[in-house]
Design a binder for this molecule. Sequence first.
Ligand code: P5A
Length: 441
Amino acid sequence: MRLSQYFMPILRDDPKEAEIVSHRLMLRCGMIRQEAAGSYSWLPLGYRVLRKIEQIVREEQNRAGAIEVLMPTIQSADLWRKSGRYDAYGKEMLRIKDRHDRDMLYGPTNEEMITDIFRQGVQSYKDLPRNLYHIQWKFRDEVRPRFGVMRGREFLMKDAYSFDLTREAGQHAYNKMFVSYLKTFARMGLKAVPMRAETGPIGGKDSHEFLILADTGESEVFFDKAFHDMDWQAFEIDYDDVGAVASVVEEFTSKYAATSEMHDVADYEARVPAERRVTGRGIEVGHIFFFGTKYSEPLGCEVQGPDGKKVTVQSGSYGIGVSRLVGGIIEASHDEAGIIWPEPVAPFRVGLINLKAGDGETDAVCDRIYRGLEARGVDVLYDDRDERAGAKFGTMDLIGLPWQVIIGPRGLKDGVAEIKNRRTGERNNIALDQIIARFAG
Ligand code: P5A
């Protein structure tokens, strides 16, 4: 993409309404625009990141055996009356009437709808287990939408729903999602610590939240420093191996970690030696629930069991805050100059800076490298604008692409460009004819 032809409305000054760094940086980079309290348009740069995060989430859900569907955002109130949540959900639910005066709502979550879909589509225990998910916009009329996309009213969530015959099988479904969450967040460069959680309006028996550590997090967290030393990346897992999946869950839940609502000082002090006790703040990026028959019972979701008798299915639901993650990653990865994107979620991998736009030779070399990178499938943002070098450097640092390739007349004399790593600040010269190979493949 040529910056001269892109749409990236950079703000010169810090927006006053932004209380935290991710919100400030997202507005300054022209990633989002606020449309109403807690509701945002995703501008091109922000939308690229959102899509990359969504794709990682999708790949890891698929790998764990979940199957993608898409349900509507607007739901009928009927099923919610059956589950008893239509009244219980309170003011957070946006209620709408259609032209026939029927009660509709903008879905804050989809337990009812998916359970009904499943009820209609499945008759026998042989059709279990199944896990269905979608990645869809939700609306919750939060009392205090704030921090930009971190606590929005309209936000993008991945929500998965598991259906099993027995409590034990349901536990395995839960464990699979637990492990897939560790992998999902690790792929985005995050350590998301699982913590036992309250179940709130979703309800149920067992629940864990996944929190990334950041000073601006909404929750206060207490945890064992040992989490820092764990292997978050390397474990390969066979999701059909019930024991192996359970042992990863066991490993991650055996260490103490709790939000302030669930914090138990006596247990903490008994289990964690003083020098390993860490207090911080966290951002909840995922939340999983096992609720047994809480929804399947009132909605009549039964299958025929092996002995011919009807069995009410066991289920759980599993959420990831896809749009919240965009802000969460920035909170976890930035410096004074701007965002530092982890490569897998960066809007572009390379920022190509032409230090002398308008100069025939510099333009020709930059063009050749830009086209070469594009042709090899490298996401590149080419700053071909007629701007001062300082402004170009500032913009590239602000938007935080992992690599900058800087080309100007001085280097061209020696046949070299400069490569800068945004995270480390390290700069190296590279021969012009090696640039494409350096990033391709
Ligand atoms: C699990 C999936 C649920 O809704 N039902 C379906 C269950 N859980 S949850 O914890 O309420 O939400 C799941 C994740 O969505 C993100 N999230 C939000 N993101 C931005 N703005 C909001 N207002 C918001 N509310 C929830 C969180 O990441 C949460 O973990």
